[in-house]
Write a protein that binds this ligand. Structure first.
Ligand code: 5GP
Length: 180
């Protein structure tokens, strides 16, 4: 159960969250929801990029992934489920963005998850190595770290972070408290 599962569960439980649908040049996995991404070829992706259509984009293990400029319905909070290079770009454009780093409890668990979804050995090995690099890089700028051991607990923790942000937005710090 990776971060995609956590994101879907959050969206199901919270009607005010809005999950961005990414574009990717990767091919659809067998059994994968056709709505999981906008599946495009490299030319389509590059054309959208050249037109300034992405909030962020990154190459991940040979495929391109990008977040189209978000257009959420009014009053909804935007959730992105992306990798670390993209997250860094989002923070550069939106310094107030909250970055939740979701880490697997162990390499073994992560390996079992990747195998469970049918990725081949070479791909699993590359994903594991990449995962370790990503965690190290993301720790430098993540605002929150959640260990994805038990799915329900991880979902509840991220939902708690969302509630914390909403509460801070409802009760912004008073400018008069900082006078001295
Ligand atoms: P997968 O191929 O397993 O669906 O995704 C590979 C990686 O790309 C995952 O870490 C996923 O979070 C990330 N990813 C998915 N969509 C985007 C996106 O729009 N931008 C970036 N930067 N990463 C993405």
């Amino acid at each position: 159960m990776g971060k995609g599962t956590v994101a879907s569960r959050l969206i199901e439980a919270d009607p005010l969250l809005w999950l961005s649908r990414s574009w990717t040049t990767r091919t659809q996995r067998p059994g994968e929801d056709p709505e999981a991404y906008v599946f495009v070829d490299r030319d389509q992706f590059m054309a959208h990029m050249a037109a300034g259509g992405f909030l962020e984009w990154a190459e991940f293990l040979g495929n391109l992934y990008g977040t189209p400029l978000p257009a959420p319905p009014r009053g909804r909070d935007v959730l992105l489920e992306i990798e670390v290079d993209g997250a860094r770009q989002v923070v550069a454009r939106h310094p107030d963005a909250t970055v939740v780093l979701l880490v697997p409890p162990s390499l073994e668990v992560q390996e079992a998850r990747l195998r469970g979804r049918g990725d081949d050995d070479a791909h699993v090995a590359r994903r594991l190595a990449k995962g370790q690099e990503e965690i190290a890089a993301a720790k430098a700028f993540a605002t929150d770290i959640v260990v994805n051991d038990d799915l329900n607990t991880a979902v509840a923790e991220v939902a708690g972070i969302v509630e914390r942000l909403r509460s801070a937005r409802r009760n912004p710090p008073s400018p008069t408290t900082n006078e001295d």
